[in-house]
Structures are given as C-alpha cells and as structure tokens.
Design a protein around this ligand. Structure first.
Ligand SMILES: Nc1ncnc2c1ncn2[C@@H]1O[C@H](COP(=O)(O)OP(=O)(O)O)[C@@H](O)[C@H]1O
Ligand SMILES: [Mg+2]
Length: 296
C-alpha cells in the first residue's frame, strides 16, 4: 500500500530516520537525470513567482528543452492551473508517480493534483496545538522530500521549483536537493516588497547556488522604487522587467502561458527575453548535472 504523508508523520518516530534516508537516496537517483534545478523565490507573496515559473517553463519548452515544474507551494498551489493540468489524475506505477504533461509538454507535480477537491485545504495535523508551528515546517519538508523522491521526472534539461512566499523557504528546499543550479528572485516596484525581497536576496546569496538575478514584475503598476536599483545595490544581475498586463493573468487562469498564447505582446517578449538570459547564465555556470548518490 502506498504510504501517505500522514503515515510518515504518524509512526511515532520509529521508522522516520530510515524512511528519510531511503527517500534521500531515492531522491538523488530521481534527480540524476535532471541537468539543472532552478528555484523561483521571493519573500513576498503575490508578486508573480508562479506566473514567472509557468512562463519560463513554457519558453524553454518552446525552444525544445525538456522541462519539469515542482510546485513547492503546498498551501497555495497554482502550477497545475497555470500549466493546464488541473484535475488530471496522477498515474502511480512501479516507476513512481508520473507527472502529468501540461502546456507544451511541461511535466508538472503539484499538491493540487493530490487534494481531493478544489476547496480542500492542506491541513497538517499536529499532535498538539502548541506544536503546530514546528510541526508544519517539518511536515512541509517531509512532503517536499517525498514529492521529490516519488516523482518520476525522467530526463529533464531543467526542473523549476516554484516556491511559496517566505524568506526562509529556500533554505528548506535547498537542504533537500543534491544540488541547486541557481535562484531567481522576483519583486514588484514597491518599497514594501523591496524591504522583504532584500532579505530574500540575502538568503539566496547564502544558499549553495548562484543568484541568477532579479526580475521586476508588474512594472509600471506602482510608482515605487526600481528593480534595477535594487539589483545593483544587492550586487546581483537584473534580468528584466515584465509589465503589468491583465492578459498575463487571463492566460494563467486558462492554463496557457502567455509566452505561448500571445508571444508578441510586450509582457510575453519580456518573459521570453528573461528565459533566454537565464538559460545563458545557466550555461555559463556549467549547470552541472546533479550527481548520483554514492553507494552506501
Ligand atoms: N505582470 C502581471 N500582470 C498582470 N497580472 C499579473 C502579472 N504577474 C502576475 N499577475 C497576476 O497576479 C496574481 C499573483 O501572481 P502569482 O504569479 O500567483 O504570484 P506569486 O506566485 O508570487 O504569489 C495572479 O493572479 C497572476 O495572474
Ligand atoms: Mg505562487
């Protein structure tokens, strides 16, 4: 019988260590054929991390790259919608869970595909209310480890990770991965966002992966400070500005990334240019393939 996330949590700890180390080995093996892993981060929610992830994935897929997306936002998953696999059943076989292919063949794994209904939230059941906070962090890490260990991505040129908001989430995710090729930080032109995003850049810079750069999304929507200045102050590359465009949101809701459905509009051109810049930065960095684990 397949084990469930709560089974791992609920065995009183007796088997956790062995299960975790087995999963860890499986996870390394799964990712051995993934050439680059890129995380999209921002301390701030609602700035466009998921929109950028979906459009980067689609841009690269349009150029013939094999792309996977792991929706690491367990509480607010949106990749299944944005890449058009909402409601698709997961196929579980001997090889693990096969991620459904969405727009342009992008392989998607998301909590959305596991929850029983659209309005069902993900609830971690802590043994006591007082423990619920630490419990949640540990359970999130467990669930992500299990996602990564159980998903049969196959060979991928790049696996994109769409992270939840929160400055510290990257640390958890990076600790689960054999290697992370780079991070992309997203902001919007507002002082409040910049305050939070500065912290994200600090954390990203401490991760074991290069910060590939900063994207300014919803450019022109707010009269706020410029992303170019923030990138310069932080000493990271500025990858480009994506204008506010309701068509981007509409395309996301339809599961058809804008770069594919309306490639000539300004927002799509900006996103495509960012995808090319990131691909070039990855190639320069050598984007080393994750190494297989050493035999125990
Ligand atoms: N440049 C943009 N123009 C118009 N709407 C956008 C733009 N970027 C994102 N959105 C919309 O804003 C909302 C939040 O974006 P999302 O990508 O989900 O942010 P995050 O993942 O950072 O929480 C979504 O409804 C999305 O469609
Ligand atoms: Mg999101």
């Amino acid at each position: 019988m397949p084990k469930r996330y709560k089974d791992i949590a609920g065995d009183g700890g007796s088997n956790i260590e062995r299960q975790v180390s087995e999963q860890h080995a499986r996870l390394h093996a799964r990712l051995a054929e993934v050439r680059a892993i890129v995380a999209v981060v921002s301390g701030k929610g609602g700035v466009g991390k998921s929109s950028l992830t979906a459009n980067l994935a689609a841009s690269w897929a349009l150029e013939g790259r094999r792309v996977g997306v792991l929706d690491a936002d367990l509480n607010g998953p949106s990749m299944a919608t944005m890449l058009g696999v909402r409601g698709r059943r997961l196929v579980v076989g001997a090889e693990g869970v096969t991620p459904p292919e969405g727009a342009l063949g992008v392989r998607v794994m998301s909590m959305d595909l596991l929850l029983p209904s659209d309005d069902a939230p993900l609830v971690w059941e802590a043994p006591t209310q007082a423990e619920s906070h630490t419990w949640r962090g540990a359970m999130e890490a467990n669930a992500l480890r299990e996602f990564l260990a159980d998903t049969a991505w196959g060979a991928l040129d790049v696996l994109l990770l769409d992270l939840p908001p929160g400055t510290d989430r990257l640390v958890t995710v990076a600790s689960l991965l054999p290697t992370l090729s780079g991070t992309i930080v997203v902001t919007i032109p507002s002082e409040v966002a910049h305050l939070v995003v500065r912290k994200s850049i600090t954390i990203a810079a401490q991760a074991k992966a290069p910060v590939l750069g900063l994207v300014e999304n919803m450019a022109g929507l707010f009269p706020g400070p410029s992303g170019v200045d923030l990138a310069r102050e932080a000493g990271i590359p500025f990858l480009g500005a994506v204008p506010f465009d309701p068509a981007l949101a509409a395309a996301a809701d339809l599961g058809e990334p804008l770069v594919a459905s309306a490639p000539t509009c300004e927002a799509a051109r900006a996103l495509t240019a960012i995808a090319r810049t990131v691909a070039a930065a990855l190639a320069r960095a050598g984007a080393p393939a994750p190494r297989a684990p050493r035999p125990a």
